[in-house]
Design a protein around this ligand. Structure first.
Ligand code: ADP
Length: 163
């Protein structure tokens, strides 16, 4: 049987419970999940690439018993990375209508670049749907409680960043 590999790309700056929920859902749909952490200079991330990879690694540790999962940093064209890991599916999360326009264009362009790769959109559980890394960072910077939005590890790291 062919191994079905899915790739979930993102900046994960930092990883939130929304990302984690999408990862859990995606893991039910494939044999192997690659979580691709984008270098993403353009977004000027708060956390270094190594820190972002570490946060994802820690959060997904309990999932390793259930599915083959790898966390990999990547730079360059997404579709090339998808091809290089042998994935046939790109997983993206959709939160609100505001995500749609951008995701629609990305999925369309990636389909033109390689029509054999399918983009699949998943929605998080309603309690996680409004979580965005950008807002979590803003709340942490202003001293608010970010406990409901991230893992204890990420909460600790954010507090240290803004201490
Ligand atoms: P990117 O820079 O690629 O958008 P992000 O780390 O912000 O990276 O997001 C990665 C993916 O996870 C995107 O598809 C985004 O829509 C999705 N995502 C982020 N937070 C949530 C959430 N709370 N619920 C559902 N999907 C989410």
């Amino acid at each position: 049987m062919k191994t079905r590999t899915a790739l979930y790309p993102g900046t994960f700056d930092p990883m939130t419970l929304g990302h984690l929920d999408i990862i859990k859902r995606a893991s039910k749909l494939c044999d192997k999940l690659v979580i691709a952490v984008a270098i993403n200079h353009g977004k000027n991330p708060l956390f270094s690439l190594d820190e972002r990879v570490e946060m994802v690694e820690l959060a997904i540790e309990p999932l390793r018993a259930e599915i083959e999962v790898e966390v990999k940093p990547f730079e360059g064209l997404l579709i090339h990375f998808v091809e290089s890991v042998g994935a046939s599916v790109i997983v993206r999360g959709l939160r609100a209508v505001s995500d749609f326009e951008y995701e629609f264009q990305m999925a369309g362009m990636n389909d033109r670049l390689n029509p054999s790769i399918e983009t699949v959109f998943l929605m998080a559980d309603p309690q996680y749907q409004t979580i965005a890394s950008r807002l979590v960072k803003e709340i942490a910077r202003l001293g608010g409680d970010i406990g409901p939005f991230v893992t204890p590890d990420v909460e600790k790291r954010l507090k240290e960043k803004y201490a």
